[in-house]
Design a protein around this ligand. Structure first.
Ligand SMILES: *[C@@H]1O[C@H](CO)[C@@H](O)[C@H](O)[C@H]1NC(C)=O
Ligand SMILES: *[C@@H]1O[C@H](CO)[C@@H](O)[C@H](O)[C@H]1NC(C)=O
Ligand SMILES: *[C@@H]1O[C@H](CO)[C@@H](O)[C@H](O)[C@H]1NC(C)=O
Length: 189
């Protein structure tokens, strides 16, 4: 930091002049980039809903708070290789979401958290949207990431597994948000 501020104060007169000259050019550049840059459209509305996002964050934090220290030292959800086709990553996580709907969220009554009902309704909607948008959930059943997730979960005691999985619902939601999108040209909107 010291070196940077020294360099900045040394460069300041020249830099100020440069900013005055280049700032308008930068603005023009940004405007052009914004016009040609593709815009992402989510495949499911709740993935862009701030209230759904908040419910996901609250519920996962609450479940993380019920975990032991040892439980927080590992994760169930495999890290994705982002080099592959985004629709593949999306549909893999649609498979994991389907598993959550049928095996994790369904087993619990809604009173575990005041926002659980909302979360279930919204995530169910996401699951249906992704399947109607072309995710074949069965096709990803044997994907090594889906298998790894289920295998790690099966090793935990039921209560521990439930808290661990619900504690990671924020990670699942993040992958769905990031990869279940179609890119669209801004100029076409
Ligand atoms: C969570 O539940 C509380 C209590 O019912 C409610 O006031 C709040 O708006 C809910 N939050 C979200 C994000 O749904
Ligand atoms: C979905 O995937 C399964 C397994 O790969 C395949 O057998 C089935 O035909 C697929 N369904 C559709 C509608 O493509
Ligand atoms: C966006 O525009 C480019 C260039 O005009 C075109 O090749 C591409 O197909 C467009 N993408 C979509 C999703 O329409």
């Amino acid at each position: 930091m010291k070196m940077i501020s020294a360099a900045v104060s040394f460069l300041r007169p020249a830099a100020t002049a440069a900013v005055l000259v280049f700032f308008p050019l930068l603005l023009i550049g940004w405007a052009e980039q914004a016009a040609s840059h593709p815009v992402d459209r989510s495949l499911s509305e709740p993935l862009r809903n701030p209230e759904t996002y908040q419910a996901v964050q609250d519920i996962s934090k609450h479940a993380q708070g019920l975990q032991t220290e040892e439980d927080s030292s590992f994760r169930l959800m495999p890290r994705v290789n982002t080099d592959q086709d985004h629709m593949n990553i999306c549909c893999l996580h649609a498979n994991i979401l389907d598993f959550y709907m049928n095996n994790i969220l369904k087993t619990r009554r809604d009173h575990v958290h005041p926002n659980m009902t909302r979360l279930k309704v919204d995530m169910n909607r996401v699951s249906e949207d992704l399947q109607s948008q072309g995710c074949n959930v069965t096709h990803y059943q044997d994907h090594h990431h889906a298998v790894e997730f289920r295998r790690k979960l099966a090793r935990l005691a039921p209560e521990q597994g439930f808290n661990k999985a619900v504690g990671e619902i924020d990670i699942l939601f993040m992958y769905l948000q990031d990869f279940c999108v179609v890119r669209r040209n801004a100029t076409e909107n």
